[in-house]
Write a protein that binds this ligand. Structure first.
Ligand SMILES: N[C@@H](CCC(=O)N[C@@H](CS)C(=O)NCC(=O)O)C(=O)O
Length: 225
């Protein structure tokens, strides 16, 4: 049986010049945008960071909808190529950056990072995002009362998922391999509102120690608001 081939070599479509301008539309309060911004900063990628205005206002919303039909940030542009979804933006930026180590070039390490990105998108950021919204942002933006049922469900999920993460980190410094990867920025971004969102995760010592390590990284420090 022949060996499976290693990671596929990627090339840009011929219409897309590699040196076309890159822009990332973000807002400092957005956890989803923050993980993409931290990736830009970590890589030192030549991306213009464009802070959007208040996207609940009609004019800003209309502009955002032209770039992303979901009306969400972050949105990334590379020339005439438009990409939304934070995790896809992070991967794209790494794949454009020669010699980077955030998104490994070996198959199992890379798919291990993918595993955590999917876990984050599907589970972690949903539970923590609900707590950030209900316990903090909703009131701040005057968007109504805290929904106790949503909070209770999200707390149960956060504890269940926090244990998975804590157990994984019991014997590791970083989530995948021996160095910082996209997994760190993806998951940690969702913890940005840990205190204000009253996330019930203090009991998880390994998780908290890992979060301290991520918070010490320059890319985190430069996006603290
Ligand atoms: N799955 C998306 C989620 C993006 C998202 O939910 N962004 C929020 C800010 S964190 C947003 O733009 N919300 C505005 C809205 O829903 O109107 C991603 O990872 O990029």
């Amino acid at each position: 049986m022949s060996q499976p081939s290693p990671v596929v070599a990627l090339t840009l479509e011929s219409t897309q010049a590699v040196d076309a301008p890159m822009r990332l539309y973000h807002h400092p309060m957005s956890a989803s945008a923050r993980r993409a911004v931290m990736t830009v900063l970590h890589l030192g990628a030549p991306v213009e960071l464009v802070e959007v205005g208040n996207i609940s206002l009609p004019d800003e919303r209309a502009k955002l909808l032209q770039r992303n039909p979901n009306g969400k940030i972050p949105v990334f542009e590379h020339g005439d190529f438009v990409l939304w979804e934070s995790y896809a933006i992070m991967q794209y930026l790494c794949d454009l950056t020669p010699g980077q180590t955030l998104y490994p070039a070996t198959l199992q390490a890379r798919v291990d990072v993918n595993r955590w990105l999917f876990w984050c998108a599907q589970h972690w950021s949903i539970a923590l995002g609900a707590l950030a919204w209900e316990n903090c942002m909703k009131g701040m933006l005057g968007m109504g009362e805290r929904d106790a049922v949503v909070v209770q469900r999200a707390e149960v999920d956060a504890v269940r998922l926090g244990k998975v993460l804590d157990d994984h980190l019991a014997t590791r410094t970083w989530l995948v391999g021996e160095q910082v990867t996209l997994a760190e920025y993806a998951l940690a971004a969702a913890l940005g509102y840990q205190e204000q969102g009253r996330m019930p995760l203090q009991q998880f010592a390994h998780l908290q120690a890992w979060f301290q390590r991520v918070q010490a990284l320059p890319a985190w420090q430069q996006t603290t608001f």
